[in-house]
Design a protein around this ligand. Structure first.
Ligand SMILES: *[C@@H]1O[C@H](CO)[C@@H](O)[C@H](O)[C@H]1NC(C)=O
Ligand SMILES: *[C@@H]1O[C@H](CO)[C@@H](O)[C@H](O)[C@H]1NC(C)=O
Ligand SMILES: *[C@@H]1O[C@H](CO)[C@@H](O)[C@H](O)[C@H]1NC(C)=O
Ligand SMILES: *[C@@H]1O[C@H](CO)[C@@H](O)[C@H](O)[C@H]1NC(C)=O
Ligand SMILES: *[C@@H]1O[C@H](CO)[C@@H](O)[C@H](O)[C@H]1NC(C)=O
Ligand SMILES: *[C@@H]1O[C@H](CO)[C@@H](O)[C@H](O)[C@H]1NC(C)=O
Length: 209
């Protein structure tokens, strides 16, 4: 007689176990979405290979399009170009990108980062515009670009721009700054950002008076 309630209890436990297993396996698998951005990331272009062109083989050191496809880009991230003797042209104009030259462009989304001085350098380019952004080498009259020194990225919103990069749209910069040349290759701030830095300094000075 004592065996019956025990058997019932075992049955109930088994039943509950089965329900749990069924519920677990019936639950839909989570959709494979990109994890939400939790911090800003510096993407080293080409990884350890860097941003280089081999003029002997007439090819880029690596496939930069493949590299770009392996990354997730968000506002406020930086592209870090470790390179030598190179500049980087940034544009949001697909026509300019495909032509491998910024010479003909009249739009205000095209910038030249870095400078022409020889030697190793690191060019840090902040991602400040959502959507399609294009990068290419202007060296060799666009020939390096045609031979693989070029890539396109899609910039997601992520966390949005951090305050230091959250400047007025570049479209508001005065005419005549169609293609901006960054004076220093080491720290990449667009002219708009430097301008506001100056205003900030001016503001602090006023406070000190
Ligand atoms: C990313 O690069 C920028 C620009 O060089 C620098 O200010 C920042 O400290 C770097 N962030 C990290 C996490 O390395
Ligand atoms: C450049 O290309 C040449 C010819 O393919 C090759 O012999 C050389 O090792 C390459 N240089 C570098 C630094 O990869
Ligand atoms: C490298 O490739 C470009 C573009 O295809 C071509 O115009 C150029 O003649 C090539 N240069 C050499 C050294 O092979
Ligand atoms: C680079 O990789 C992309 C795919 O990511 C491919 O479409 C393209 O043909 C490759 N380019 C070269 C020069 O191999
Ligand atoms: C950079 O330029 C210097 C001086 O012209 C040259 O000696 C060096 O080989 C160049 N480096 C690359 C990676 O092109
Ligand atoms: C993109 O650049 C081309 C020339 O490279 C120019 O004709 C066109 O107006 C530009 N587009 C925009 C939206 O600025």
């Amino acid at each position: 007689m004592a065996a019956r309630p025990m058997a019932n209890l075992t049955a109930i436990i088994l039943f509950l176990l089965l329900i749990t297993i069924a519920a677990t396996s019936a639950a839909p698998a989570p959709a494979p979405v990109a994890p939400p951005a939790t911090k800003y990331i510096n993407h080293t272009v080409g990884g350890p290979i860097g941003w280089f062109f081999n003029s002997t083989s007439n090819t880029s050191f690596t496939n930069y399009s493949s590299w770009a496809a392996s990354q997730t880009f968000n506002l406020g991230d930086y592209l870090v170009f470790n390179t030598e003797n190179q500049t980087v042209i940034e544009t949001q104009n697909a026509t300019t990108y495909r032509s491998c030259t910024a010479d003909d462009t009249s739009d205000e989304t095209t910038f030249v980062w870095g400078d022409d001085t020889a030697g190793k350098k690191t060019i840090a380019v902040p991602l400040v515009t959502e959507g399609a952004n294009y990068y290419f080498s202007g060296s060799g009259d666009g020939q390096q670009c045609q031979q693989g020194m070029a890539f396109a990225i899609e910039v997601n919103h992520g966390l949005g721009l951090p305050p230091i990069l959250n400047q007025p749209p570049l479209a508001q910069s005065p005419p005549g700054t169609v293609v901006g040349t960054e004076p220093s290759g080491s720290s990449g701030f667009r002219s708009g950002a430097s301008l506001s830095g100056g205003l900030l300094v001016a503001f602090v000075l006023v406070l000190n008076v």
